[in-house]
Design a protein around this ligand. Structure first.
Ligand SMILES: [Zn+2]
Ligand SMILES: [Zn+2]
Ligand SMILES: [Zn+2]
Length: 179
């Protein structure tokens, strides 16, 4: 995948493995798949990361289907982002290539058990990826990289009410607000 990752396992560990404090004991000990809870005894599970110092208490595992689905989710996120960053058309609009990439990413999200709705990292407005109103982005925060989404500019909340009225756009509602 990207050059900054040494392996698929490292990629998953960086982006998809939650903090150990949020795992159940069975998840921490690799007794079930970290993501689908299928028992490691019943399904082939491989180690996600090995931290030799804590191997006795922390050795999460994942089954192959979950591993593949999560990698697909990350791969399609990266493909969208790299395309949009490089594409001249995608500066002002979203081109057909980008539409295909975003829709493939939406399918991969679903296969990885992630909700159809994504949240804009800027305005926190939520919407389905398939509406093509958001684009995948990645940013650095703390000591790690984060995968997320941003509205194709401007965020709906940034469009003033008078302009919404002139342009015939529906009233903007904050997430959870009702008309
Ligand atoms: Zn699994
Ligand atoms: Zn494009
Ligand atoms: Zn936004």
């Amino acid at each position: 995948m990207d050059a900054q990752y040494e392996s698929d396992t490292q990629l998953l560990t960086m982006h998809e493995v939650p903090p150990a404090s949020t795992m159940t004991e069975a998840q921490r000990l690799g007794e079930c798949c970290l993501w689908c809870d299928v028992s490691a005894a019943r399904v082939e599970c491989g180690p996600l990361y090995t931290d030799e110092r804590h191997a006795d208490v922390l050795r999460p595992m994942a089954c192959d289907p979950c591993r593949t689905a999560r990698l697909d989710y990350l791969r399609t996120h990266f493909e969208c982002r790299l395309h949009i960053d490089d594409c001249e058309c995608c500066v002002t609009t979203i081109c057909l290539d980008a539409v295909a990439l975003v829709l493939a990413h939406a399918v991969a999200r679903e296969a990885a058990g992630k909700p159809d709705e994504v949240t804009c990292a800027h305005c926190h407005g939520a919407g389905p990826l398939k509406d093509l109103t958001v684009r995948p982005v990645m940013w650095e925060g703390g000591s790690s990289l984060h995968c997320g989404y941003l509205h194709l500019t401007p965020c709906p909340s940034a469009i003033p009410a008078w302009l919404r009225e002139v342009a015939g756009l529906p009233e903007y509602l904050e997430p959870g607000e009702t008309p």
